[in-house]
Design a protein around this ligand. Structure first.
Ligand SMILES: Cc1ncc(COP(=O)(O)O)c(C=O)c1O
Length: 464
């Protein structure tokens, strides 16, 4: 192809994409048997336009819970441009102005935390957390207290290390063997407690947390260094832990001297109506990873945040040549990320978007409950803030999940009618049956009405 490009004729772009781009999570055969790859050309506010100029209302913030402040924000572009023209990058051994100022701002939203380590992706931030735990085990416990517990249905990233902490068997299938020293604990999805041996009718939250203690005792507390959990499980089915769960988790971690690593990659920076998901539950993490919403996708940035106590273990003895975190992320030294993150936070504060998330989240949850009253295929509705899910079942009594292809048919019908919603996909064998909603935090009642109406019509068309 030559270098000329006519902005109004995207056929060349589509052909370039078809010929050379490998899309994420996509089976490509369809693009050689009639379908065109989708190209998203432009975005403004809650809406995006594709190569045919068709408008879509985006109910999943860029497909994967990311664009929290919405599309087309000029001030985000200005912040990144100003930062990178002055000083675009320097390796993280040195500081930068945006890096220092955003770290200070971020820590002001996280009482009890004190240090920010910059990287690029959620997977990478989590991996760095795991490396901290391993190094602490070597420094303090002769390497023994190195195991990292993770939960069934949770996800922490796409690298082999983070997949080793992956609680989604279908997502992990064919990518093993994984890293040793990661141990699974049971999920805490009350709606599916009938599938868990011994789950009680009452106090399920406490019981689910006690299952973690059982794993710790089985493994040996002196071998377990950390427990890694999502505050609200995302791709595993939008799962908020029931009452009684988090206080017990905190107690267990304290009792056995286990670090609590919270994966805020989806929940972080506003999605649930607090700055961080864990802040709903009164817990004090030792390590927090965040990525997607930190800069709403205007720049690639992730952060690993720790307490001063954790940080101190890596600086207490400067006579030991190995006694510091010997880790680097080249692009953690880009200034565009923290500059965008700073502006992202300013927007959330100035536009009162945390409150909007609480208000619109409550409204949307009510609307989903109304849909549940109308469509018996909806077995459960759940979530926190603007992070919501509707689990589809073939039978409300047995809770047998609807098969994935019919769930995808609902998603496809919404897409055809101009609304992008999500669903759990190829993650949990036989359990990819939850519709997912995570609109940008600027969403209005009218937008929600449009999302609910598209879902309502899609459910009627797919399930009659
Ligand atoms: C909870 C959670 N953790 C980690 C990740 C990995 O983030 P990334 O894709 O930026 O590596 C994701 C991505 O979806 C996620 O949902």
């Amino acid at each position: 192809m030559d270098g000329t490009f006519n902005e109004n004729d995207l056929s060349r772009v589509i052909e370039a994409d078809r010929a050379n781009v490998w899309h994420h999570l996509v089976q490509h055969q369809q693009f050689f048997t009639g379908a065109d790859p989708k190209i998203i050309v432009e975005g403004k506010g809650m809406r995006v336009w594709d190569q045919k100029g068709i408008e879509h209302l985006d109910a999943v913030a860029g497909g994967v819970w990311t664009v929290n402040v919405g599309y087309g924000r000029e001030t985000m572009g200005d912040a990144v441009r100003d930062a990178i023209v002055k000083m675009n990058f320097f390796g993280g051994t040195a500081g930068t102005i945006p890096g220092a100022l955003f770290a200070e701002k971020l820590i002001s939203k996280m009482p009890g935390m004190s240090r920010v380590y910059y990287a690029n992706s959620g997977s990478e931030a989590n991996e760095k957390g795991f490396k901290l735990v391993r190094q602490i085990a070597h420094k303090k416990y002769g390497g023994k207290k190195h195991k990292i517990l993770y939960r069934d249905r949770d996800y922490h990233g796409s690298t082999i290390g983070s997949m080793s902490a992956g609680g989604q068997d279908e997502r992990n299938a064919q990518y093993g063997p994984f890293t040793p020293g990661f141990v699974r604990v049971p999920h805490c999805l009350e709606y599916r407690k009938h599938e868990q041996d011994g789950a009680p009718a009452e106090n399920y939250g406490e019981w689910a947390a006690n299952q973690i203690e059982e794993v710790i005792l089985r493994e040996g507390p002196d071998t377990v260094g950390a427990l890694c959990l999502e505050p609200v499980t995302a791709g595993g089915g939008v799962i908020e832990a029931p009452d009684g769960y988090w206080p017990r988790v905190a107690e267990i971690c304290k009792k056995y001297d286990i670090l609590l690593h919270i994966d805020e990659v989806v929940c972080g920076v506003g999605r649930t109506g607090e700055w961080f998901g864990y802040q709903h539950y009164g817990i004090k993490p030792d390590i927090v990873a965040m990525a997607k919403g930190v800069a709403s996708g205007y720049a690639a940035i992730s952060c690993l945040v720790t307490t001063e106590e954790v940080f101190d273990m890596f600086k207490d003895d400067s006579s030991d040549p190995l006694n510091y975190f010997r880790d680097i992320s080249t692009f953690g030294g880009c200034t565009g990320g923290p500059a965008a993150a700073m502006e992202n936070m300013r927007i959330i504060e100035d536009e009162n978007l945390l409150q909007n998330t609480v208000d619109m989240g409550a409204y949307m949850l009510d609307q989903l409950h109304a849909l549940k009253d109308k469509h018996k295929v909806i077995g459960d509705v759940r979530g926190k803030g603007l992070f919501l899910g509707a689990e589809l079942v073939a039978d409300r009594d047995t809770r047998e999940p609807i098969e994935e292809k019919r769930v995808q048919a609902v998603v496809g019908d919404c897409m055809k009618n101009g609304v992008i919603i999500g669903a759990t996909n190829r993650s949990l064998p036989g359990r990819n049956n939850t519709l997912c909603y995570s609109p940008a935090l600027i969403v209005t009642k009218d937008d929600i009405d449009q999302i609910i109406s598209a879902t309502d019509n899609a459910l009627s068309r797919v399930f009659g």
